[in-house]
Structure formats: C-alpha cells, structure tokens
Ligand binder design. Structure first.
Ligand code: SAM
Length: 273
C-alpha cells in the first residue's frame, strides 16, 4: 500500500490550517528532505519533531535512518492522520498527543536526542528556552523560526538583535542560521520570512541553579537595555556585582560577551547562597 499524497491526506482529514495554532504547512517533499538532512547522520538516532501537522517533515524524517521519531502534536484533528502514517512505520513512529510546552522528556525515545521541527511561531521562544534549560538532553536542534527570531538567537554583541535569547542560546549551544525559507514554501504562506537555526549544545551545561541565575541576570540587564548596567542590575547587586566581575559599571547590556554574562551569573548565584 502506498502513502497518499500530503494534499490528499489534508483534504481527507479536513486539516484546514488554524492560525491560532501557528499552522503553516510544508508540502514540498524536497524542502522537507533538506530540513531533515540538517540532522546530519541520523543513523540509529532518536529524533523529536514538535508539531508534525499533516506530516510532511515527519515523512522526510522517516525516510532517514533515524531509529525512532517522536512527534508531539496538540491538534487532535491531526492525530488520526498521524496514526495512519504510523501504520506504515509501526516500530519507528511514536505519537505524543500533547502540548509541547508541557512535554515530559520521559515520554520520548532515549537521550541523546535531536529536535528537528518547523515550530509554531507563537510558542517557539518559550519552547526553545525550555529546551535550553535541559540542553544536556539534546544532541542537536534544527528549528524553523520566524527569520527575525533566528537572527536574535545567533546575534553578536553590539548589535540591536543581541539580547536575552542570544545569551541564553549561545551560552548553552553553538548557534547558526543555516537555511532561509521564503513564505511561498508554506501553505498558507506566513506574513514573515522564516529560517532554520541550528543549535549544537555544548558538552558542559550549566546546572539548573546557574541557569536560573543567568535568566535573572539577563532579564535585569536587558529589561532596561538602554540603561547603564550599574542601574539595570541594581536589584541583583549593581555596582558591587559588576566590580567583582571586573566589568565597568557604565557599560550597557548589549556590549557584554557571553563570557562576561557567565561571570555575572556565577557571582549572582554565589551571592544567593
Ligand atoms: N510540521 C508541519 C509542517 O512542517 O508542515 C507543521 C508545522 S506548523 C508551523 C506548527 C505545528 O505545530 C502545527 O501542526 C500545530 O498544530 C502544532 N502546534 C502548535 N502549538 C503546539 C503546541 N503547543 N504543542 C504541540 N504542537 C503544537
């Protein structure tokens, strides 16, 4: 038995794209294959896809040598369609009927895992921050974002895009924008350009406490990004903290390197103990 085409599957299951779920589907198999290839050699790997929708990217992942593909989908209209796909791959495709924001990694294949996904843009940033909190769980992430968000993740200091997301992401992973995708590649086309950011988590990851301290430091520093750090960091130690870290109190958040932020987070954590 052959797999029906994606368009026929969408039609048969009445899966009209819902704006509220950020649904913009990829129907071109060559684009899906290109995205799946960003996982590198998937032989024997466990891959997680967030938001499979009609399953275009899922099919490409199943065409790879990955040993297991877990798909996490919130939209119950897509579940029967995914069950149908799973009947072709009963050993390898696992469907998690859940909100990815509440995902328990225990329901997935064994770590280390990869995440390869065309993310729903309305929840893409909180999803990414949640994965960074447990970056030791992931070997690689190839994630489609709104282009502007992908650029913020990979931004360098002293640029307007550099902020909290860049610091958290680059502190935990090597980050690069690897593929831009125009709106016309999606059905329906989004109003924005899109891009895949590739994140390769570092071998050493911060402890959960240190991660929380970094979240506090970056929230304070970038919450008032136009102010000097002596003023924006006042609630968490201000000038004393900066002096210990060897950072001039007159600098602004967007000029600090990841390494300097790391020093501030470590000192902030030590102060809290
Ligand atoms: N992967 C499909 C593709 O490329 O054609 C669909 C991508 S579409 C941009 C985003 C998908 O994420 C949709 O299927 C949507 O239902 C799903 N989604 C939205 N919010 C979600 C959430 N909180 N948890 C899990 N899936 C979600």
């Amino acid at each position: 038995m052959n797999l029906p085409s994606l368009r026929d599957t969408i039609h048969a299951h009445g899966l009209d794209a819902k704006k509220s779920l950020g649904q913009h589907f990829l129907l071109d198999p060559s684009i899906c294959a290109r995205i799946a290839s960003l996982g590198g050699d998937l032989t024997g790997r466990s891959v997680v896809e967030i938001g499979p929708g009609p399953g275009g990217l899922t099919r490409a992942l199943l065409d790879s040598p990955a040993s297991r593909v877990d798909v996490v989908e919130i939209d119950s209209r897509a579940w029967p369609l995914l069950e149908e796909l799973a009947s072709f791959y009963p050993e390898r495709l696992h469907i998690v009927q859940q909100d990815a924001l509440k995902l328990d990694a225990a329901s997935l294949g064994p770590a280390p895992r990869q995440i390869i996904a065309n993310l729903p843009y309305n929840v893409a940033t909180p999803l990414l921050v949640g994965w960074l909190r447990q970056a030791d769980q992931w070997e690689r992430m190839a994630l489609m974002f709104q282009l502007e968000v992908a650029e913020r993740i990979c931004a360098e200091p002293d640029s307007s895009a550099y902020g909290r997301l860049a610091v958290l992401a680059q502190w935990c992973a090597s980050c690069s924008v690897v593929l831009r995708i125009p709106p016309g590649a999606f059905s329906p086309p989004p109003k924005v350009n899109s891009a895949i950011a590739l994140l390769i988590p570092h071998k050493q990851q911060p402890s959960p406490d240190l991660f929380r301290a970094m979240e506090q430091v970056t929230a304070a520093a970038f919450g008032q990004r136009r102010k000097m750090l002596r003023s924006s960091l006042k609630p968490i130690g201000g000038e004393a903290l900066l002096e210990k870290a060897g950072i001039l109190a007159t600098r602004r958040a967007e000029t600090l390197t990841i390494e300097e932020f790391n020093r501030l987070a470590e000192l902030h954590l030590a102060n809290k103990k």
